[in-house]
Design a protein around this ligand. Structure first.
Ligand code: ATP
Ligand code: MG
Length: 213
């Protein structure tokens, strides 16, 4: 019997995917927040979930270790999308990719020709494209988390990070000075899986599409 594997990250994406799964008649057998299982069965014998780091979702789907996955636009842009079919914006886990600086930092001056600033980010590709399009000279510093700390301890002048409410920025005396792009999560599909398992995958795609507000 043929079966399908869906790669998901826990936390906000898992929570916001539950109603979409329900619309497709899929109910996970465990909650990844409380279970330590990395492979989670469902009420359907032919559907399972694998729980991976958000940034790893495109890789699992690209190589066919998962047939489907759900990943943020931020993650997909850094990955590059090779081997992935991206049929659907699920409009979940919405936030925006922004430039933020310490309150009072003169970002307008730092944006002028001849100026040069240091920017810390996990989003090297998106940041590079954004500053290049503006003709700004920046030195990018790759971080893996807690970008907000970098300007506070002199590692960088600015950060490029995801913002939803702005609460974390405010708590660290930072302010958003530029929106780079809106972010939401998308369904991604392995291109070979879509051809070989169309009869299993298409109904899931249709149910997700119908459930997206
Ligand atoms: P960790 O926080 O454990 O280091 P992570 O940052 O990779 O892992 P999450 O914070 O759960 O994972 O983010 C997963 C995805 O959710 C991101 O790729 C992004 O698309 C989205 N996301 C991140 N932060 C927010 C936010 N504040 N509001 C809404 N969506 C967000
Ligand atoms: Mg995070």
């Amino acid at each position: 019997m043929s079966s399908i594997t869906l790669a998901l990250s826990k936390g906000r994406i898992f929570e916001e995917t539950l109603p979409l799964l329900a619309a497709a008649g899929i109910v996970p057998a465990d909650n990844p927040e409380t279970s330590r299982k990395l492979i989670i069965g469902t009420n359907r014998a032919d559907v399972r979930l694998v729980i991976v780091r958000a940034t790893d979702v495109p890789t699992y789907v690209q190589y066919g270790a998962a047939d489907l996955g759900i990943a943020g636009r931020d993650v997909l842009l850094e990955h590059g999308g090779a081997g992935l079919y991206q049929p659907l914006d699920l409009d979940i886990a919405r936030c925006r990719l922004c430039v933020a600086v310490p309150k009072g930092f003169d970002y307008a001056a730092a944006s002028k020709p001849g100026a040069r600033i240091r920017v810390a980010t996990k989003y090297i590709h998106s940041a590079k494209a954004h500053f290049a399009a503006k003709g700004m000279h920046v030195d990018l510093i790759k971080l893996y988390g807690s970008m907000e700390l970098a300007p506070l301890v002199g590692l960088a002048d600015a950060i490029v990070d995801l913002v939803s409410t702005g609460g974390t920025l405010r708590a660290n005396n930072l302010e958003e000075v530029e929106e780079i792009m809106p972010i939401s999560s998308r369904l991604v599909c392995n291109q070979a899986s879509l051809k070989l398992k169309r009869e299993l995958i298409q109904p899931v795609l249709d149910a997700f599409a119908g459930a997206v507000k």
